[in-house]
Design a protein around this ligand. Structure first.
Ligand code: ZN
Length: 428
């Protein structure tokens, strides 16, 4: 059951005052951006970037194999230049090239039939991606229609809650509905997160199957042109039921109290437009025009009250509320990033050039990720120690990544043996 905000009107006014103060402080809570210099990048690439771990993560084995040697890397430079089709024979060549090239970031792409660095020597038909991790990209800028605390590149602890909820929902679906086990979340350095799934059976999927997975998750079709996907109609899909339980518990706090979006005329008009009964929608608009700045809690209760008073029968109010909860809070995914095999994504442990934050991996099943305390910044790290990562706040994330990667390589070795045994068995 969807509960409307049960606070009294005077209490909700107090909440509003508090919310306004927090909005003010919220902007200041945003981590102070630190624009790294060329010298910072040099030092980081020389002493901090965990090349060997990244190599193992992408190679799935100790000895270099196609998964790494035929893998595309792209470099982005300070000038804005973007260089695709880099590839490396081993972890050492990877390291030496990055240290020398000093890109502001590098991105990881797919595995091709030939080493991407040889792309000019082979026909175009040979340059079709064969394998890639399945990736997801969630960014707070896609929540600008519901956020009131920040917009654009800014984030604060209040709007970060949308990302925390998105991680919870997507992580459960990936593990429980698809049975994926090898997944890792990475902070994108400013306002979002990436998820990389390395299970073998997902790495070999073609684009149509990748599309099917992301469309299953992309209930709202926020950014997709394709309007297919899961219907919000009854009976609810188990994924929706589980997601709804997570969202419902947070709706009053995260949307109604903290974002308080329907204080604003354009947004309460949008809320009224979403009501499927014209009579009710007009009555609400008329009522809200008399006191436009009433809180979102009050307006949410107005819907209930007028629905009852006007004895509306044309739609079910609880179903509508449920839909609104999905519309405001359900994860907003970038479908194309997940679908396209040629799409590249920034590597874990890169530095965000605008904030100086390290794009650290994290485990949301252990602890919720807080970008204000859990993402080491270059200025902070270099203050702790200039050359030894183990003496800095980067130690936690690197140790975590190493544990994850070692397990991945171990499991992959076992699975590869089983796959090969099965293949040999089939030949007889
Ligand atoms: Zn915010």
């Amino acid at each position: 059951m969807v509960e409307s905000d049960s606070g009294s009107s005077s209490a909700s006014e107090n909440v509003n005052k508090k919310v306004k103060q927090e909005v003010k402080c919220g902007a200041q809570t945003t981590a102070k951006p630190y624009k790294p210099s060329s010298a910072d990048f040099s030092n980081y690439y020389e002493y901090f970037m965990p090349y060997k771990s990244i190599f193992l993560w992408l190679n799935h084995s100790q000895a270099p194999q196609d998964d790494f040697t035929k893998r595309e890397f792209a470099f982005e430079y300070k000038s804005g230049a973007y260089q695709r089709y880099n590839s490396f024979e081993n972890a050492k060549e990877f390291r030496d090239t990055v240290v020398k090239a000093k890109p502001v970031r590098f991105e990881v792409g797919a595995v091709y039939p030939v080493a991407p660095k040889l792309h000019k020597t082979v026909s175009k038909s040979m340059m079709k991606p064969q394998m890639k991790e399945f990736v997801l990209d969630i960014d707070l800028t896609d929540y600008d229609d519901i956020r009131t605390c920040c917009s654009g590149t800014k984030i604060c602890p209040k709007c970060w809650k949308f990302i925390t909820l998105a991680i919870k929902i997507v992580d459960s679906a990936l593990r429980e509905d698809f049975g994926f086990k090898k997944l890792i979340w990475v902070f994108s350095g400013r306002r979002g997160v990436h998820c990389w799934i390395s299970d073998y059976r997902v790495r070999v999927l073609d684009e149509s199957r990748r599309r099917a997975i992301v469309e299953y998750l992309d209930v709202l079709n926020v950014k997709s042109k394709n309007k297919a996907g899961i219907s919000l109609r009854k009976p609810y899909h188990p994924h929706l039921e589980r997601s709804f339980n997570i969202l419902r518990d947070n709706f009053v706090d995260v949307v109604i109290r903290e974002q308080d979006p329907w204080r604003f005329e354009d947004r309460y008009k949008e809320l009224a437009r979403n009501i499927p009964d014209y009579r009710l929608s007009s009555a609400l608009l008329k009522h809200w025009k008399e006191d436009p700045s009433s809180s979102s809690a009050t307006k949410w209760r107005d819907v209930d009250r007028l629905y009852d008073e006007m004895k509306v029968k044309s739609f079910n109010l609880q179903d509508w509320k449920r839909e609104m909860i999905f519309k405001t809070m359900y994860p907003r995914l970038d479908v194309e990033v997940s679908r396209q095999m040629i799409h590249l994504l920034k590597s874990p442990f890169c530095i965000h050039p605008g904030t100086g934050n390290v794009c650290v991996p994290f485990d949301p099943t252990e602890k919720e990720f807080n970008p204000f305390t859990d993402a080491p910044n270059l200025s902070q790290i270099f203050n702790e120690d200039e050359t030894d990562w183990a003496k800095t706040s980067l130690k936690g994330p690197i140790d975590f990544f190493n544990r994850y990667v070692n397990q991945l390589v171990k499991d992959e070795t076992k699975e590869k043996r089983a796959r090969e045994a099965e293949k040999t068995g089939l030949e007889f």
